[in-house]
Structure formats: structure tokens, C-alpha cells
Design a protein around this ligand. Structure first.
Ligand code: URA
Length: 437
């Protein structure tokens, strides 16, 4: 088999066979296919696309490129969750204990990533002593014992995706539905859960800017999951403004804890209840979405979800006292109110703009080697549709020093569009996509 023939076939709009896809993925993984040929095929896929059968074959070949986790020794149905990401997304921190407190185990591999804030693992490192470096055995035993675990993705899980994603990042080939589906789903399938719930974001701060694109991505991921034998559901949710109020590592942990304590009632809670209901119903732990929601709400009201979170933090070496006393979490020395210069209603908040404020303060990572400041970030006091008067605070900036706080406040003001008239409400959860049969 020749890689040049495979590239030419896809370039001309042909359908690749399972054998050709397997040959490609194996060659990428063992290094026998040079990057220029891989990049050429990726670009041909961007232009010509792939049908469902090709996408499934690509996903399965990538999944098989490294280790796969066998969760069958753990009792009950095991679930996993994935988000396509966005600014202020701390959902996993609250969702996993909420679900685990209802008896459905969750096994999550997470990344650090580059971006406006750290990834879930960075956020969790706000707890003194917390470690995400679990061996497979420790991971499995914690899922059984505590009900959930969040570990760093090991280098041996889906090595094909690591190579392909690094090349896609520098060759303009990230934006392709079959390539995104295979990248996300191969990692989820390798991680072994029976139930996979996907949070597909749409809006200005999301990977998928339009709802139509988000729906297509969601549909293809759900179908690929189903064809691979996993119960898969996707929720399409709003990322036209940051999720919740906090953007920044320790600040996001505080917000997730507030939710678990029943002290937070915004869209983050709605998101956790929606995703959690999907998991509980797919896992067979609740008869329907209403019953699942009631279970999850009860877990917040009676403190069991919060206690489950503390148990998890302690199991991974963190200081559980910080769950109940958040003054033990990192705290920035400078706090500055970013005051509005205008009166009116918040029409839009540019999520990426707010993300840049966090990055500017040192809360994100520009390269894989950069350090990250866990204490800094922003807490928004005004969200879309809120009335604001000139001189009122839009947000509190949490900074290392006064100079970075001042420049962050100027950047933050630019992220807000304030105008006359209250903007119409847009639904936060736009759709729930289930398998076609
Ligand atoms: N996230 C991934 O893991 N892969 C993609 O291709 C896009 C987003």
C-alpha cells in the first residue's frame, strides 16, 4: 500500500477503505509516514470529508493506536463526560461528584491544554497536595471506592491523536467534522466508559461558532459512539458568553464548590443538572429526566454531593478542608473593580475577550512549558441581559499586582457591549441529541 495513492484517492473525492485508514493510522503512530504526507491527507480530508463508515474506521484505528482502559472490573455502569471547551468551563468539578453521589461511577481522563485558564487538572491543583498522576490501577481502584476519579491522560492513550492533533494545529486542519469526531471519540472510547455524555458548545467563545455546525458535530459524535457500542448523548449549550461568573483556576473551583453547597443558581447549575440527568437516565439509575434531576437536586440539598467532592479531593492527596473552607485556596493579593463607563443593558460579553483577561493576568498557558498562576482571574458581576449603571462594577479583577489589574480592567471593559434595551433571552441548553435508533 502506498501513502501517495491514499492521498490521491481522498484528494479526488474517493472513499478510503478500512485497510487504508488502518495503514495510515499505524504509519502515523510508528513514525513510518512522514509529516508532509500526513498533512497532505489531513488537508484532503478537510476538503473532501469522510462518510460515517470512514469516520468510524478512523476513530477505531486511533483508539487502537495505544492503551485502552478496561473498566469491566468496576461494578455498575461507568460514565464519562467531555466538553468541547470554552471560557469559564468548570463543569466537571461539580458534575462528577453530583453524579457519583447518586451511585453512578465516573471515570474521567482530563488534559491540561493551552488556553485562557488551565484545564481541569490545573484547576484541581488549587487544592494543596492534589495529584492527577494516577497509575491505571490507582485510577480504577478509586473509581470503585470513591465513585469517581480525574486523572491526567497518559502518553500511552491514543498516541495517534497526539501526533495528528499537533500536526493539525500547525497546518490549518483542525476545522473538519470527521477529524474532530475521530480525535474526541477515539480518546473517549479508549478511556472505556459505557455511557459518554458530550457537551458541545456553540457561540462566539466556542470552537463551533454556529448552532448548525455544533448540531452536526454532536450528531456525528453520537452516531460514532453508538456504532462503537457505547451509549452516547450530546447536549448543545451556549458559549456566547463565559460559563458562570468565574474565569480563573482557583476562582472556578470556588464557584463549583458554591454550586455543590447550593449557593449558586446560574446557568452552570442548569448545565450540570442537564448533563447529569442524561448520565443518570442513560445509566439506568433514573426512570426519566425529571426523576434524575430531582435526585441530583436532592444530592446538593442534603450535602452528599459536596461530601463526595471532599472524598475525591482527599483520595487524590488534596486538602479536603479547602472544600469546606475556601479561604484555604490560592487567593490573589490585589482585587480591583472594573467599573462600567456606560449605562444600559449588557448586550454581549465576548467570551474570548474575557478569556484573554485571564490569560493577561497569568491564569492561562501560552505554551506547554509555561507556568500558571492559580489565584488570578475575573469574577463577572454582570451577565448578558443585566442592567448596568455607569460607575457600577462589571467584574472583580483578581491580580498579582496593581499594574496588571489596571490593564486587565481596561481589557475587560472592551469585552462588554452595553446598549439600550434588554436583549431577548436565548436558551442556554439548545438541544439534546441522542442516537438515531
Ligand atoms: N478537541 C479535541 O480533542 N480534538 C479536536 O480535534 C478538537 C477539539
Amino acid at each position: 500500500m502506498l501513502m501517495t495513492d491514499i492521498i490521491a484517492k481522498k484528494r479526488d473525492g474517493g472513499e478510503l477503505s478500512g485497510g487504508e485508514i488502518e495503514f495510515f493510522v499505524r504509519g502515523v503512530t510508528d513514525g513510518s509516514i512522514p509529516d508532509y504526507q500526513t498533512a497532505a491527507l489531513l488537508m484532503a480530508i478537510v476538503w473532501r470529508g469522510m462518510n460515517r463508515r470512514e469516520t468510524l474506521d478512523l476513530t477505531l484505528a486511533m483508539m487502537r493506536s495505544g492503551d485502552t482502559l478496561d473498566l469491566s472490573g468496576i461494578s455498575g455502569v461507568k460514565a464519562d463526560k467531555h466538553s468541547t471547551g470554552g471560557v469559564g468551563d468548570k463543569t466537571s468539578l461539580a458534575l462528577l461528584p453530583m453524579v457519583a453521589a447518586q451511585g453512578v461511577r465516573m471515570a474521567k481522563m482530563s488534559g491540561r491544554g493551552l488556553g485562557h485558564t488551565g484545564g481541569t487538572l490545573d484547576k484541581l491543583e488549587s487544592f494543596p497536595g492534589f495529584s492527577s498522576a494516577l497509575t491505571h490501577e490507582q485510577f480504577l481502584s478509586q473509581v470503585e471506592r470513591v465513585g469517581f476519579a480525574i486523572a491526567g491522560q497518559t502518553a500511552d492513550l491514543d498516541p495517534a491523536d497526539k501526533k495528528l492533533y499537533a500536526l493539525r494545529d500547525v497546518t490549518g486542519t483542525v476545522q473538519s467534522i470527521p477529524l474532530i469526531v475521530s480525535s474526541i471519540m477515539s480518546k473517549k472510547l479508549a478511556a472505556g466508559a459505557d455511557v459518554i455524555v458530550l457537551d458541545v458548545k456553540t457561540g462566539s467563545g466556542a470552537f463551533m461558532k454556529t448552532e448548525a455546525d455544533a448540531r452536526e458535530l454532536a450528531r456525528e459524535m453520537v452516531e460514532t459512539g453508538r456504532l462503537a457500542g457505547r451509549r452516547t448523548v450530546a447536549c448543545i449549550t451556549d458559549m456566547d458568553q463565559p460559563l458562570g461568573n468565574a474565569v480563573g483556576n482557583a476562582l472556578e473551583v470556588r464557584e463549583a464548590i458554591a454550586l455543590l453547597k447550593g449557593e449558586y443558581g446560574g446557568e452552570l447549575r442548569e448545565l450540570c443538572l442537564t448533563l447529569g440527568s442524561c448520565i443518570l437516565t442513560e445509566a439506568g439509575a433514573a426512570e426519566n429526566a425529571a426523576a434524575a434531576r430531582a435526585m441530583l437536586e436532592r444530592g446538593i440539598a442534603d450535602g452528599t454531593a459536596l461530601e463526595k467532592f471532599a472524598e475525591f479531593v482527599e483520595a487524590q492527596g488534596g486538602d479536603r478542608r479547602a472544600v469546606f473552607d475556601t479561604s484555604l485556596l490560592p487567593d490573589a493579593p490585589v482585587k480591583l473593580e472594573a467599573l462600567s463607563e456606560e449605562s444600559g443593558y449588557v448586550q454581549r460579553i465576548d467570551a474570548e475577550g474575557v478569556g484573554l483577561v485571564s490569560m493577561h493576568l497569568g491564569g492561562g498557558r501560552a505554551t506547554a512549558e509555561s507556568g500558571i498562576d492559580l489565584a488570578v482571574g475575573v469574577v463577572l458581576h454582570k451577565k448578558r441581559g443585566d442592567a448596568v449603571a455607569a460607575g457600577e462594577s462589571l467584574a472583580t479583577i483578581h491580580a498579582r499586582d496593581a499594574a496588571s489589574a489596571e490593564s486587565a480592567a481596561a481589557l475587560l471593559r472592551k469585552a462588554y457591549a452595553i446598549g439600550e434595551g434588554k436583549p431577548g433571552d436565548t436558551p442556554f441548553v439548545k438541544a439534546i441529541i441522542r442516537a438515531e435508533d
